[in-house]
Design a protein around this ligand. Structure first.
Ligand SMILES: O=C(O)CCC(=O)C(=O)O
Ligand SMILES: [Fe+2]
Length: 300
């Protein structure tokens, strides 16, 4: 039997004025009517991150739903031990998480458009996730910083110190950097769907083009602080079965490592476009070939 959901049943409730919305009245699946998928997609682009409670998806449904948003990628370009087909599973026995502000997979030329994350095992307390709106951060820049950012490019690399992020951290880091990827991205990108400008930064930034490492670090800190200020963020308190979708082209996120019980989340990732700068130039590969980084052609 195919369950259909009337678009009118779907409700979208913002969680803050800058980012975040809870969508109720819907059961996610690969069979949703096109107009419902379009409303969800529009909500993700508008609110940057959307939260669905009590979905309890299985793997097949998770992947089938994600495939309605675009081409599903392999779970991760380098972390094989946690990747199975389209799934990246982040499991922690307690206290380790992706606790550093980042946009997913920006070391590739075309970072994902959407990440669809579901909560499998959620600790009784702690382990919330934060998202930040990188469009609002850009819009709030004072003129001199905006001019600076508009003309700035950054090298993003997977040679980032992930050492604290997960269980088996050292093995992970070795795995994470097994292949080397570096991409030159504009610091300000124009969103392919909304046309809005955002700051493209996060923990994979290694250096700004033309600046010294120490100068890069200081400027990075200054711009990142604009992205991650509390007013610019949403926080999700997970329950098992929840699903969260974020627009990876307009957000950063941070998993808070304040839990001491097991926590497992599983992600399916939807491929994105090559970022475009304000002057129309596009991101360029410096090192590494990820041209095959699309799992299949399930574009709906
Ligand atoms: O553990 C989380 O809540 C988020 C993990 C993460 O960074 C991701 O799924 O991309
Ligand atoms: Fe992430």
């Amino acid at each position: 039997m195919t369950l259909t959901t009337e678009p009118t049943q779907l409700t979208i409730r913002r969680t803050g004025s800058r980012i975040g919305a809870i969508i109720d009245g819907i059961q996610l699946s690969g069979d949703l009517p096109a107009e419902v998928v379009a409303r969800i997609r529009a909500a993700v682009v508008e609110h940057k991150v959307v939260f669905f409670r009590g979905q309890h998806l299985d793997d097949a449904t998770h992947q089938a739903f994600a495939a309605r948003l675009g081409s599903v990628t392999p779970g991760h370009p380098t972390i094989q031990s946690s990747t199975e087909g389209a799934f990246l599973t982040l499991a922690s026995a307690g206290g380790r998480a992706a606790s550093s502000w980042h946009t997913d997979v920006t070391f590739l030329q075309n970072p994902p458009a959407f990440s669809v994350l579901r909560g499998l095992t959620i600790p009784e307390y702690g382990g919330n996730t934060l998202w930040a709106n990188t469009e609002a951060a850009y819009a709030d820049l004072p003129e001199p910083l905006r001019v600076l950012a508009d003309n700035l490019w950054a090298i993003h690399s997977n040679d980032y110190d992930y050492a604290d992020a997960f269980d088996g951290a050292e093995r992970r880091f070795e795995e994470f950097t097994r292949l080397s990827f570096e991409t030159r991205h504009p610091v300000v990108r124009v969103h392919p769907e909304s046309g809005k400008r955002s700051l493209l930064l996060g923990h994979f930034v290694k250096q700004f083009v033309g600046l010294r490492p120490s100068e890069s670090q200081q400027l990075f800190g200054l711009l990142q602080a604009r992205v991650t200020k509390p007013e610019n963020t949403a926080r999700w308190v997970w329950s098992t079965g929840d699903v969260v979708i974020w627009d990876n082209r307009a957000t950063q996120h941070y998993a808070i490592a304040d839990f001491d019980q097991p926590r497992t989340v599983r992600r399916v990732t939807v491929a994105g476009d090559i970022p475009v700068a304000v002057d129309g130039r596009t991101s360029e590969v410096v090192t590494g070939d990820a041209s095959g980084f699309v799992l299949d052609d399930l574009i709906s």
